[in-house]
Design a protein around this ligand. Structure first.
Ligand code: HEM
Ligand code: HEM
Length: 186
């Protein structure tokens, strides 16, 4: 089933969720790593281009997910979930959805405000134009800090979110995780 139902997620939402989750954690690791190889400028330059490319991919997938989630049904919380918990989960999902868009946008703003004017290649295929922002060292430093703060903050929130999903699976033994895996829990 492609679309969500009241009881579960459809194939499109499941595929987008896991692709974005994997890429997002990968991007945090890559972002951290590329800062650590400043003594190897050629490697660092290549890692930056991969980081930008996968970042643009996350942005595209996250916008597709936003459009998809607004165009269809939102699955109801699993039966028996307390009301406060359902409200907290909804707030966290909303924040994560927003952060998967805000983090790459802030990264794009770094490249767009940097006085170095290094073009952003997406997978060596196309040059992605810069955002229309003023270039200066101060603006680059601002967006660099905002990008790092939002990325690490989103990473921590996503870890708590994953922990909650595992808790539902292992301790509560409900269908929260299995329905996001496209499986049916007996
Ligand atoms: C899912 C998307 C992304 C995630 C999770 C992410 C995450 C990160 C992280 C964790 C760092 C290291 C921050 C630090 O330790 O100071 C970083 C750095 C960086 N990211 Fe991203 N990023 C994403 C997308 C992008 C995009 C789309 C671009 C540009 C088009 C970009 C450009 C950069 C740049 C230029 C730096 C180095 C910043 C500096 O020199 O301080 N990022 N990113
Ligand atoms: C191993 C890591 C992860 C696990 C185990 C996990 C698990 C889940 C589960 C079980 C749901 C369904 C919850 C429900 O029905 O109430 C869900 C939904 C969601 N998750 Fe994750 N997740 C992980 C990583 C991430 C990451 C990294 C992000 C974003 C940065 C994310 C964003 C979302 C969002 C926005 C939803 C709401 C449904 C949607 O729009 O796709 N998740 N997750």
């Amino acid at each position: 089933m492609l679309r969500n139902s009241r009881a579960s997620y459809g194939t499109v939402a499941i595929a987008l969720h896991w692709a974005i989750a994997l890429l997002f954690f990968g991007q945090i690791a890559l972002g951290y790593l590329m800062q650590a190889v400043a003594d190897r400028p050629r490697l660092q330059f290549n890692l930056f281009q991969w980081h930008k490319s996968f970042g643009f991919l996350v942005l595209g997938l996250a916008l597709a997910r936003l459009a998809w989630s607004f165009s269809g049904t939102r699955p109801q919380p699993v039966p028996g979930m307390p009301r406060w918990e359902a409200a907290a989960a909804r707030a966290v999902h909303f924040l994560l959805l927003a952060l998967t868009i805000a983090v790459p946008l802030a990264g794009w703003a770094i490249a767009s405000t940097s006085p170095l004017k290094i073009p952003s290649y997406a997978f060596d295929l196309v040059v992605v134009p810069d955002l229309p922002l003023a270039r200066s060292d101060a603006m680059e430093a601002f967006w660099s800090q905002a990008h790092a703060l939002l990325a690490y903050g989103a990473g921590l929130l996503a870890l708590a979110h994953a922990g909650a999903a595992l808790h539902h699976h292992a301790a509560r033994r409900d269908a929260t995780l299995t329905r996001m895996l496209g499986l049916r829990r007996r």
